[in-house]
Design a protein around this ligand. Sequence first.
Ligand SMILES: Nc1ncnc2c1ncn2[C@@H]1O[C@H](COP(=O)(O)OP(=O)(O)OP(=O)(O)O)[C@@H](O)[C@H]1O
Ligand SMILES: [Mg+2]
Length: 242
Amino acid sequence: MIEFKKIVKRFGDRTVLNGLSAVIREGEIVFILGTSGTGKSVLLKNLVGLLTPDEGEIWIDGEEVSKFSEEQYLPIRKKCGMVFQHPALFDSLTIFENVAFGLRRQYQFPEEVIKEKVLKALRLVHLRDVEDKLPAQVSYGMQKRVSLARTIALDPKILLFDEPTTGLDPVTTTAVNQLILDLSRSLKTTSIVVSHDMNCALSVADRIIVLDKGQIVAMGTPAELKKSEVPLVQDFLAEVLA
Ligand SMILES: Nc1ncnc2c1ncn2[C@@H]1O[C@H](COP(=O)(O)OP(=O)(O)OP(=O)(O)O)[C@@H](O)[C@H]1O
Ligand SMILES: [Mg+2]
């Protein structure tokens, strides 16, 4: 579904992604782990066309997209639903209107179809009776779920999450991870989750990719990663056991 071929991304004389290659299969949930500043967010931004790699190829659903123009990228962006680290909801719009926003902008659906899609998306993230509230009237964890609903309302084939659980308490973190797992399975999406959290990765991922200094230092199933001798992977695992 997604393939990175020898991706290089530089900012000035700094090389952030250094020849990275990986294949992500349809329906897989892949976690990308790495310490702060290793290029995880830059990798996601290259995928959705917010940044362009200096070298290499990016294949999405059978198309090489890295040299696509802004206009050519529009259908790709519709395929890729991105959930950003911070909910970034519109404060003055109700939760219903926040979730409806992208639907209204991208499609000309009649009002009853919009209503059906919004309520279905909210149900999928286990939010009920909140659609008339403003974002400030619900908790931060609920706002994160609203931002997830806003993305899945658009029926993406690929779901991308940048640090979905950062800033959440342990109980909400578990709930959001379970939600990512349930949604990916029920909507049959291919999902990439950027995270610091090995614990979440071990419980949710089909495969885990560990990045360090713009390169992949480990890649495999949770069971394979647990046996890894790579020092950085062992550091991440030590946190889980601690
Ligand atoms: N637009 C940009 N211009 C210049 N440098 C950038 C730009 N975007 C990112 N960088 C640099 O690229 C490096 C990787 O950034 P990135 O945001 O991908 O890190 P990250 O792995 O997501 O870290 P974190 O876990 O803290 O979110 C950083 O050193 C950052 O300063
Ligand atoms: Mg980041």
